[in-house]
Design a protein around this ligand. Structure first.
Ligand SMILES: Cc1cc2nc3c(=O)[nH]c(=O)nc-3n(C[C@H](O)[C@H](O)[C@H](O)COP(=O)(O)OP(=O)(O)OC[C@H]3O[C@@H](n4cnc5c(N)ncnc54)[C@H](O)[C@@H]3O)c2cc1C
Length: 381
């Protein structure tokens, strides 16, 4: 049996390597980072993500994950709060990704850490050749699981339609002042402000993760620096200002991201190489405010591993994944577009204040559908 190759050791790639190795299939995973690293993410693990992780043997509580029970939406000093319709956790990507990679290695996957793949090229027949950063062919495979997240591999770029949004994202961990830490406990907060929003929630070891997205204009007006942008954002949101009063940043500078292709959903085409399986953000990108990107990454891993091991074609997998994700991604995009302007934000806030259950409903409607999860994790039914 020739080894399957996974490129990328985030949730999608690590989970796929773990599932293939667990089934006794040889698998090699390339991850460009040699060691654990922080990654830009809100670090909110939704109900489906938690279920997939439990099935993979990852104990979020034992890793120090913080239980999240409620969602708090904040804008202009007004707050609306509701219980989440599912159990959730806050855990840093530094810890989560390493836990998954360690489990994949323990199951028998070969990890090649610190090795980036530069390019992939279809060969005669169905094989794909991978080239490392030294320009030499690293390996050839009949099954390439592409899990490089937002980074496209040369030769295998996603066919992204149009121009991505002009949002710029920042992520930073803080040690909050004790009263603020207590006020945030068990909550994920979504703080809306003009042309952007912030997500704030506890993660392990008494840390709080701040992940925010703003239109590029914010950054331009702040002279392009975080040091000027943060005070401007704190000025725009009294709630954010209060939360960060006395807080200590735990690493600097913040991680940044831009040009995220929200709404992307891979449409299989006859031109796709037969040996290529796109996973996670390489297959679908749901708006970040849903906190469901990791659930989608884990769902794609479970589906791809199952269909590959059953001898099914990559094209059938891509069709099934698209069918599973079309509704949550479509609904999340509709909400995302509504929340972009002040009027839309006001409407969301008003609806949530009058009927807090609207927030629970919105959270439920932007998840991977229950029936699709149950197909992969029957014990969860
Ligand atoms: C601002 C923001 C906030 C978010 N918040 C949340 C949230 O709270 N909850 C949630 O569930 N989702 C969230 N998401 C989405 C989530 O982060 C992604 O959907 C998820 O990380 C996708 O997992 P992945 O495994 O596909 O890719 P990634 O997690 O991006 O992993 C890709 C891996 O591939 C490696 N890699 C890349 N290129 C190469 C290469 N050429 N060779 C070798 N290795 C390579 C990288 O080092 C990385 O380890 C957020 C996204 C953004 C942008």
């Amino acid at each position: 049996m020739s080894p399957a190759v996974v490129v990328g050791g985030g949730p999608a790639g690590a989970a796929t390597a773990l599932l293939l190795a667990r089934a006794g299939h040889p698998v090699v995973l390339f991850e460009r980072h040699a060691r654990a690293t922080d990654k830009i993410c809100g670090e909110f693990l939704s109900g489906e993500a938690c279920r997939h992780l439990a099935a993979l043997g990852v104990d979020l509580g034992a890793l120090g994950g913080e239980r999240i029970h409620a969602l708090r939406l904040v804008r202009d000093g007004r707050k609306v709060e509701t219980d989440l319709p599912f159990p959730a956790f806050g855990l840093s990507r530094r810890v989560l990704d390493e836990a998954l990679l360690a489990r994949a290695a323990a199951a028998g996957a070969t990890l090649r850490r610190g090795e980036a793949i530069l390019r992939a090229a279809p060969q005669a027949g169905t094989a794909i050749a991978l080239t490392g950063t030294d320009g030499k062919t690293t390996c050839r495979t009949g099954a390439l699981f592409l899990a490089t997240g937002k980074h496209d591999l040369r030769g295998m770029r996603r066919p992204l339609p149009g121009h991505p949004d002009d949002l710029v994202g920042f992520k930073l961990h803080y040690r909050l002042a004790p009263a603020q830490r207590q006020a945030l406990r068990r909550h994920v907060e979504v703080i809306l402000f003009r042309e952007g929003y912030a997500g704030l929630q506890p993660v392990e070891a008494d840390r709080a993760n701040l992940c925010l997205l703003v239109r590029r204009g914010w950054l331009t007006r702040a002279g392009g620096t975080w040091d000027a942008l943060l005070p401007a954002l704190r000025h725009a949101s009294r709630h954010l200002d209060a939360r960060l009063d006395g807080a200590v940043p735990l690493f600097e500078p913040p991680l940044t991201i831009c040009r995220v292709p929200y709404g992307y959903l891979h449409a299989p085409s006859a031109a796709d190489p037969a040996a290529l399986w796109r996973l996670g953000d390489q297959a679908a990108v749901i708006p970040s405010f849903t906190g469901d990107g990791m659930a989608i990454a884990l769902h794609s891993a479970a589906l791809a591993a199952r269909m590959f091991l059953a001898g099914q074609a990559a094209a059938a997998y891509h069709r099934q994944l698209r069918a599973d994700l079309a509704m949550p991604v479509g609904r999340a995009m509709a909400l995302y577009c509504l929340g972009r302007g002040r009027t839309g934000q006001s409407a969301i806030m008003l609806a949530a204040s009058l009927f807090p259950s609207v927030l629970r409903r919105a959270a439920a409607l932007t998840r991977v559908p229950e029936e699709a999860t149950v197909r992969l994790l029957p014990q969860s039914s």
